[in-house]
Design a binder for this molecule. Sequence first.
Ligand code: BV8
Ligand code: ZN
Length: 246
Amino acid sequence: MTDVLETAAQILSRSKALAILTGAGISAESGVPTFRGKDGYWQNYRTEELATPQAFQRNPTLVWEWYSMRRNLLASVRPNPAHYAIAEMERLGGNLTLITQNVDGLHQLAGSKRVLEIHGNIWRIKCVRCNRKEERRESFEELPPRCVCGGLLRPDVVWFGEMLPKDVLSESYRAVESCDVMLVVGTSGVVQPAASFPYMAKERGARVIEVNMERTAISSIADVTLRGKAGEVVPALLEMWKQSLS
Ligand code: BV8
Ligand code: ZN
């Protein structure tokens, strides 16, 4: 693994604009189930039942039971070494844009300052009627929770079939268009439009480094594939990068 780590560290040390794309795999070692892994969320549930506006329309209580379970689990988890290493990369590298598909807020907890949350954040809720948004960490007495205006409150996350937040998406595209290196950590590369980001970067000549435990849809275009756990590989990559700078 050392030689591929060295190659990846060399690429990082020469990069002028680094984009990092993370998925559920980076939070797995914090104890957060992924979506499509063996113990993934989607195994027991079907996406259509839970992460779509239609599902919420049809059965807001069921959707809220799933999100409440995830919020309760997340309330007790901490960032893992991969989150902390990426926060240090931000301080080290300077021109770094972090794009995450995760809604768990663990990157911010680990110290990353600039985080583009393209699928929203599970701690933020919004009213379907008056669109009021607020950060709320406490659990709700009753489900589904209601806004003061009487409207239903929902998690401020992006469900399937919903548009991604415009400003965050355009900032992500700007980073994808301008990066010379993209580091992709812990995503199966299935969900669009995030799954296209590595291809778009590659098309423009950027180098793509993938960190994942398994082969994914992105592996075929990765210049360097670091096969292993993010919590081990990303800190090792950071150390190699720092050594190459000294
Ligand atoms: C939109 C909600 C457009 C928040 C999520 C057909 C073709 C192309 C696209 C589509 C299509 N049909 C439908 C679409 C569009 C759809 C889509 O992409 N569907 C897929 C399933 C085909 N996309 C959308 O609907 C998006 N919106 O396109 O709007 C539009 C245009 C016009 C008008 C209207 C709309 C919205 C997508 C957002 C969906 N919301 N989450 C929440 O509850 O979390 S997606 C959900 O999946 C999460 O956000 C998650 O982050 C995301 C992606 O999954 P991953 O992060 O990759 O996680 P996964 O479990 O899959 O993989 C984990 C990986 O980690 C694995 O590779 C594993 O090996 C690895 N791993 C595990 N442990 C470790 C590890 N790696 C390292 N270390 C470890 N320890
Ligand atoms: Zn309201």
